[in-house]
Structures are given as C-alpha cells and as structure tokens.
Design a binder for this molecule. Structure first.
Ligand SMILES: NC(=O)c1ccc[n+]([C@@H]2O[C@H](COP(=O)([O-])OP(=O)(O)OC[C@H]3O[C@@H](n4cnc5c(N)ncnc54)[C@H](OP(=O)(O)O)[C@@H]3O)[C@@H](O)[C@H]2O)c1
Length: 287
C-alpha cells in the first residue's frame, strides 16, 4: 500500500526528480552564511514557537530511517524484484543503526538536556530527512543496484567504506558523550552541593564548558567531523557513482560547516580567544 501515491514509495520519475533536486540543497544553505540567527542548541532563544529539544530531535530525525525502511519493504515488490542484494540491505542497516542512535537513544535516553528548537529549524530538519530518505531509499530499494552482480566490482571499496563508517560512528558517539559528561558532571556537582546546603539543584540546561578530550583538543566540533567521516565511508560503500550517498554527505557538510564556524565564534565570545586557542572549528588543522 502506498502512503502517498508516487512519493512513498516513489515512482521512478518522482524519485529521479527528487534525487536530482536534492543535489542542489547546498545552494539553500547560503542563507546560513548571511545570518547568525539559528534558534537551536547554543544559539536557541525563547519563543512561543519553540519545541522542547529532546522531542524536537526525536520527531525531526526519526522519520528519515522509518521512511527509508518503508521504501525498502514496499518498492521492490512494486517493481517485481524478488530479493535485494546484501549490499543494499547493508547500507539500509548502516543508515538505520545511525538514526536509532541519533533520533532515539541520544535525545530520549542519553543526553542530560537539550536546548529547545524553533519550529522553523525543526521543519527544515524534517524536510531534510524526507528528501534524503527518499533519495537514498529509492536508490537502495530498486532504482540503484538490484543484483549481486551490480556490486561485483565494488567489494573492496565497500569493505573499506564499512570500516571507516563503523569507526567514525564510534568517534561520533564518543565525542557526543564527551559533551554529555560536561552536564553529567555538573549535575553530580549540583547534587553534592544541594545535599550540603539543603537548597534545590539548579538543573543543567544551558551549562556549557570547553570540551577537551579526543579530537576536541584540535577542533570544537569533533562530533561533526566524525559524522562527516561516517557518511564519507557510507558513500564509499555505495560506490563513487552513488549520487544519493554523495548528496547526503555534501548536504550535511553544507549545513553543518557554517553552524560549526558560527559555534567557534560563540565559544570565543563565551570563553575568550585565549581559552579556545588555535583549535579550529571542525576540520583539524584546516577550518
Ligand atoms: N546540527 C546539525 O545540522 C546536524 C546535522 C546532522 C547531524 N548532526 C549530529 O547531531 C549531533 C548533535 O548536533 P548538534 O548540532 O546539536 O551539536 P551540538 O550543538 O554540539 O550539541 C550536542 C549536544 O551537546 C550539548 N552541548 C553542546 N556543546 C556543549 C558544551 N560545550 N558543553 C556542554 N554541553 C554541550 C548540547 O546542548 P544544547 O542543546 O543545550 O546546546 C546538545 O545536547 C552531532 O553528533 C552531529 O554530528 C547535527
């Protein structure tokens, strides 16, 4: 059963159009270079249109892997494909594992607190997930490789890509957790002080410190860097001709790079240039 006829799952024509248009997403991120208004995370502001951070992350990120899996389970039957090759399922699995962490485990179970997100940012992130999942899902579920033979020349690159993907996912989780530890430590400190003084705890919303471990010694957005490496590995698995995986990586960089550079300016303002030192924003030694 099609949820939205021609779109979910996508017809060949619609998939080709969406996949092609999605390549031009970086043009839309030009606006991020022109303004520092980005009501999310460190730069969130109070607004009646804010959504609580944890629920915003869950609802804007989870549709991506749900849509991708829906396409994987519906499109092949529509196209008369009996069985998709292992490489297609491996990539769908990699995508799903990442988003089980990003959309469910991190916001709902692991992060001590998350700043609210403005409805507009939430909406764009949701639209991003829709476009990306349809672009990748269509390729993986029938409009890309459909036999083991299609993957034949690709095996070594796919293996190397999976290794890069796996280590980078661990790197992303490690650095995310280093940020969490800042608030967990603050919560422990507050609890001890509250026990001594009998005063209530303040809470750890908006508690920020300079992260220092792992790649944070070199860049302030080490978790972003690891995520880019992760999706670069994913693109390798699909092969250099896998345009949906290429768009996925380039579109993430297009929106996250200006955010990381803005974040570095924020750190300098909050903690001072001497404390930030020569740490770059996101790419060690470069940017
Ligand atoms: N932002 C994007 O466009 C985007 C796109 C794709 C993937 N991702 C991935 O999603 C994850 C989160 O991204 P994000 O943009 O939300 O990252 P972020 O701004 O660095 O925030 C990550 C989490 O850590 C907290 N935090 C950040 N800096 C901190 C500090 N100095 N001290 C203490 N806590 C701190 C944040 O709290 P607050 O919310 O209260 O600031 C938030 O809960 C990353 O792994 C990233 O790779 C992000």
């Amino acid at each position: 059963m099609a949820i939205i006829p021609g779109i979910l799952p996508p017809s060949l024509e619609n998939w080709q159009l969406i996949e092609w248009a999605w390549r031009f997403f970086p043009l839309f991120t030009a606006v991020q270079w022109l303004t520092d208004w980005y009501p999310q995370g460190k730069t969130s502001s109070s607004s009646r249109l804010n959504i609580p951070g944890k629920w915003a992350w869950f609802t804007m990120e989870a549709p991506g892997f749900i849509i991708l899996l829906y396409i994987m389970f519906t499109l092949p039957t529509k196209l008369g494909i009996a069985e998709l090759p292992w490489g297609n399922w491996a990539m769908a699995g990699m995508f799903t594992i990442h988003y089980l962490y990003r959309a469910i485990a991190a916001p709902l179970f692991l992060n001590p607190s998350m700043s609210p997100i403005h409805l507009l940012v939430w909406f764009f992130a949701l639209a991003w997930q829709f476009a990306n999942a349809i672009s990748l899902g269509g390729w993986l579920a029938g409009y890309g490789p459909i036999t083991a033979y299609d993957w034949k020349g690709q095996l070594y690159l796919a293996e190397i890509g999976m290794i890069i993907w796996g280590w980078s996912l661990l790197g992303n989780i490690y650095h995310d957790d280093d940020l969490r530890e800042i608030r967990r430590a603050a919560a422990r400190r507050q609890k001890r002080e509250a026990e001594k003084s009998g005063q209530p705890e303040e809470g750890v919303d908006k508690v920020y410190m300079l992260p220092k471990n792992g790649l944070f010694q070199f860049v302030l957005y080490a978790h972003y860097f690891c995520e880019w490496m992760e999706w670069a590995g994913f693109w390798m698995v699909g092969g250099w001709n896998c345009t949906p995986a290429r768009s996925f990586l380039l579109n993430e960089i297009a929106t996250m790079l200006p955010r990381a550079l803005q974040g570095r300016r924020w750190y300098v303002e909050k903690f001072g240039a001497d404390k930030v030192g020569n740490r770059k924003a996101v790419i060690p030694g470069l940017l």
